[in-house]
Ligand binder design. Structure first.
Ligand code: FDA
Length: 316
């Protein structure tokens, strides 16, 4: 119920204006967002890389409505990639089980590149970013948004993969279709991020009960770990992390043949613990000024995050 209210607020411009202008917002945002520009994103990336972690960077923004905005987002990614390359953060690491595993890569939302009003423009923008990434030895992963965009995103992904086979997909365990998508994508060289899913989805397309979502996550993880691709297990859930480690043993996957992913600011001690234990741990680092939708999804996931917001409010 609370999750639904917050996710509904995530789509409300009135609430957005209220939250953006609240004096507490800056403190709360700082916990989950690495800064507003390329310089701050680079500094956070360097710090995480020095701690032995890998990184995927997201220039925040979604639901872009004009070609100018979409092009500006593309330019921001090109600037970021150039800066990462210049700082020596895009070189592929050794191993990787047959796929490129770079210290830092980027994550894209196709809606930020124009998908809602011009799919071809979004694809063209994404392709330019993939080309720049490939030129620097790194990769791109296409984030997954609400279910109305899944087919379009997977279609664009398959076309991008013809030229850039390392382009990563994201599949959401809460969607009823995802087991089938996992089977399709568990092929050699294919990078697939599996997450639970962060949007408010109707019952006919998505499991609603957390236990059902978790069970679907395990079924999907089994398919990916048994397959020939490179699974990227994006979760903070200790139970799912333990099951993943068990499946890696069961399916004989070396630590460099899959990775864990977590969000910036969430369970940072666990992030370094897993990296020290020999796993590849990639932190999803969002940065930019358009943090509202992202922050609201994080608040919806966990009441403790809301309490954090409340405490910041009271202490002002
Ligand atoms: P969940 O939120 O159910 O938490 C499970 C357990 O994890 C908790 O019970 C607790 O034990 C622990 N935990 C969680 N947060 C904690 C905290 N702050 N402190 C301590 N313990 C905590 N979604 C999407 O729809 N499209 C996408 O493209 C992506 N991309 C993406 C990339 C990466 C790298 C990640 C990690 C996640 C995404 N997501 C996403 C978001 C994802 O779908 C999901 O909403 C969140 O990861 C939260 O789900 P969890 O699996 O962490 O479980």
């Amino acid at each position: 119920m609370l999750r639904s209210v917050i996710l509904a607020a995530a789509r409300s411009q009135k609430v957005e204006r209220l939250v953006e202008t609240a004096p507490v917002s800056r403190d709360v945002v700082k916990r989950f967002v690495a800064g507003s520009g390329t310089g701050e994103a680079l500094a956070a990336t360097r710090q995480l890389a020095d701690a032995g972690l890998c990184i995927t960077l997201d220039n925040l923004g979604e639901d872009t409505l004009t070609a100018e905005q979409a092009n500006a987002t593309k330019e921001a990614y090109l600037e970021l990639l150039a800066a990462l390359g210049h700082a020596g953060l895009t070189a592929p690491k050794e191993g990787g089980g047959g796929v490129t595993v770079a210290t830092a890569e980027v994550s894209l939302k196709l809606s930020a590149l124009g998908q809602a009003f011009d799919e071809q423009l979004a694809e063209k923008n994404a392709r330019e970013i993939c080309e720049a990434a490939a030129g620097l030895g790194t990769t791109v992963t296409l984030d997954m948004e609400d279910h109305t965009t899944t087919d379009s995103t997977l279609d664009i992904l398959s076309r991008l993969r013809r030229d850039h086979p390392g382009t990563g997909a994201v599949l959401q365990a809460y969607l009823r279709r995802t087991e089938g998508d996992c089977r399709e994508l568990a092929t050699a060289g294919s990078r697939v991020r599996l997450c639970k899913g962060a949007y408010k989805e109707p019952e006919h397309v998505a499991y609603q009960a957390p236990l059902e979502v978790d069970k679907s996550y395990v079924r999907c993880m089994n398919i990916l770990m048994a397959g020939e691709g490179y699974p990227m297990l994006a979760t903070h859930d200790p139970r799912l992390i333990a099951i993943a480690q068990d499946r890696a043993r069961w399916f004989d996957r070396a630590p460099d043949e899959f990775e864990f992913q977590m969000l910036y600011g969430i369970r940072p001690e666990e992030q370094t613990r897993l990296a020290r234990a020999g796993h590849t741990l990639r932190v999803y680092v969002p940065y930019g000024t358009e943090w509202y939708g992202y922050l609201m999804r994080r608040l919806a996931e966990r009441p403790a995050n809301l309490a954090f917001f409340g405490r910041a409010l009271i202490s002002k």
